[in-house]
Each structure stands twice: as structure tokens, then as C-alpha cells.
Design a protein around this ligand. Sequence first.
Ligand code: SAH
Ligand code: SF4
Length: 407
Amino acid sequence: MPQTIDLTDPQTRARISPVRNERAPLIGLSKKALAVTLVEAGVPVKQARMRASQLWHWLYVRGVSDFDAMSNISRDLRAMLAEKFTIARPEITAEQVSQDGTRKWLMRFPSRGAGKPVEVETVYIPEEGRGTLCVSSQVGCTLTCSFCHTGTQKLVRNLTSEEILAQLLVARDRLGDFPGAETQLGAIVPSEGRKVSNLVMMGMGEPLYNFEAVKEALLIASDGDGLSLSKRRITLSTSGVVPNIYRAGEEIGVMLAISLHAVNDKLRDELVPINKKYPLKELMQACRDYPGLSNARRITFEYVMLKGVNDSLADARELVRLLKGIPAKINLIPFNPWPGSNYECSDWETIERFADFINDNGYASPIRTPRGRDILAACGQLKSQSERLKKTDRLALEAMMIAGHGE
Ligand code: SAH
Ligand code: SF4
């Protein structure tokens, strides 16, 4: 049975969800910005770099969320920092654990200026040898891909670099992935190595429509003096914001995934409407031009399998033609249903036939096993608390999964 951890118990809540206030966040600032911020707060210019490095280590190597834990920083400076700044984690309003070990957290970020507090979903997927964290970049999405649940929720706002990084920090806290911490009893994690070894920008939102914050957060996540995730283990997924694809390669340098889903403009206009703005020809050219592309650094093309819509062998043939010359891997995603969706997932044999065809033509074509469907954590099922499912919808969804898409 999927499990929901009770966060209404005040003690559990206080332990994992410290209350935040309106002090300025230090998480999410680049090293340079951190040093500048310290100087503005009164730290002598000569000390700024050294203090910024110390803080960086505490925040990102040790994972502390309380200035008092920073033992090599004087009491006076700690008090000053605590008065002006915050390094507290967001509140965790729900934590769900799927039968398959997938975890979903709902995190609540305080208001920014006049805006309301927002809630964001983050998903952890443990596998043999790796643990992948699926991070959100926006609350809702401005795009309206017809098969995506997030696409039915209007954009509430972009997340800040602090909020993007906080998702990684909270996951590492909860999984005991910082030095000296213990893994939560019973948590399913890789048997060795880091619990969060990979990060994918595949949660809610279109990361390339929140470029600066995503860039800042990913550069911090991959910084060798801090969180140290290899850029080869970070993947940014885009629906095809062509002008920012090159910039992503040049300025962030992480792995790229393209949500392709259709091989002709007519169908892609319908499934991924941003295609009307940046059609396939431009998208494919942007992929060919992606900085650092090679056989060792291939682009992942995501392709959701929709019954009778995009799953024929003719589609597979066209896909192979379209990708010619691009070092690519094709990730076939069985469609994950949600209440009100107008699609069905392709039959398993159809998916396998499609995968075999692509494979025979020289492309790796793994089929992505749906994970965490029972807690609505699978691809395209995320939607924030503000628009949580009504009970009737949840029951309808469960019935749908039992009828045709269950694990
Ligand atoms: N906005 C970005 C990243 C988030 S979506 C993008 O579109 O790439 C992550 C992946 O899940 C995308 O490939 C998306 O197309 C896919 N997806 C969305 N809804 C889905 C659903 N219902 N079933 C399966 N995959 C889905
Ligand atoms: Fe937005 Fe991506 Fe969903 Fe499209 S698939 S609506 S871009 S989150």
C-alpha cells in the first residue's frame, strides 16, 4: 500500500519543517553573489571570499540549515547572519511513499512580495545503482501540452533558484544523504553511493521559460566545492524553447532532453502547442547545434506513447529519419493517465514493437517504467496542492489504472 507520512503531528512537523520568516535567503546565490551579499551586510571586504567559502561548505557539503551549526564561524557573525538571512528549509506539507519506493514531497514556499505561498511537488525515484530526483522549475506551466496534467494548471509563478535548490536539499535531508546523516528507516535507496545521484528537471513547469533561476540552481548543484553533482548526471527537459536550447548547453552545460512526442508538425502542434512557435525543423536544428553534443553526450528524446495517436510503425520510421545525424537516445514513456485526460496508453506490444524498430535502426530506446503512479508521482501527473484532486477524481483515476494501466 502507498504510505502517507503524518505531518499533522506537531513534533514531526517542527523537526522536518522549520518555520521560515521574511529574512533574505542565502541558498541559491552564486559564490560571487554570496560574497557581495555578505559585504553589504557588513562583513569586511577582505574577509568576504573566505566567509563565502565557509558558508558554501556548510550549506552545500554539510547540508546545515541552522547558522548555529557553523562551528568555524564566530558567534557574533553567526548572530548577525541569523538576524538578516535565512537558510531554513521550506515546510514539507506532505510526504508520500509509493509501493515501489518512489517518494513525493509537497513543499510549501513562503510568499514572495505580494504573491501567495506556493506549493511544489518533487519526486524521488530509487533504482538499482542510482537515485533520481525529479525537480520542478515552475508552479504550473504556461504551456498546454494536451496529454500533461501540469499543463492544465495555469502558471502561478516561476520558482527562484533558492526554491529549485531547496528541493534537492530537502530530498537529501529526508534520505540521509548528507555526511554523517542516517538514512530513514525502511527508505528504499540505492545500495551504495549517493542517495540522490541524478537530477532531472522534469517536474512541474518548463525550465527554459525560467532560464536564469534554473541556470543558477544547476550551476550550484554541480559545483565541485559543494553539492558536486556531475553535469552528466543532470538532465534538463524542454518542450522545445528553441532560443534557449543553445544557451542551456553553453551556459549550463547539462544533458538535454527534448519532449518530442510527434514526428510531424500537424500532430506536434496539437500535442505540444509550443511547436506552432518553434516547429520541428527549427527544433531539430537547435539539437544539431547543441554545444558539446557527441556520442558520449547524446540528447534524450522523450516520446509519450499514446494509443492510436503517435504509436504506429510509420511514426517510428519517421522518427528515425528525423533524428538522422543527431547522437540520440529515445526514451519511450507509457502515457500516465489523469482524470479528464483524453488519451489512452498504447498497448504493451505496440510499445515494444516501436522500441524494437528504433533499436534495430541503431538508437537506444528504453521504455520508461512508470514509477509512483499510485501516489500520482509519475511523469505528467504532477499538479500542486492548490489544485489537488478531488476525492471523486482520485477514485476515478484509481479505477482507470486498474482497468487498463495498472502496474
Ligand atoms: N516541461 C518540460 C519538463 C517537464 S515534463 C517538458 O515538457 O519537457 C517531463 C516529461 O513528462 C516530458 O517529456 C513530458 O512531455 C512528459 N509527460 C507529460 N505528461 C505526461 C503523461 N501524462 N504521461 C507521460 N509522460 C508525460
Ligand atoms: Fe508544461 Fe512540460 Fe507539461 Fe508541456 S509537458 S504542459 S511544457 S510541464
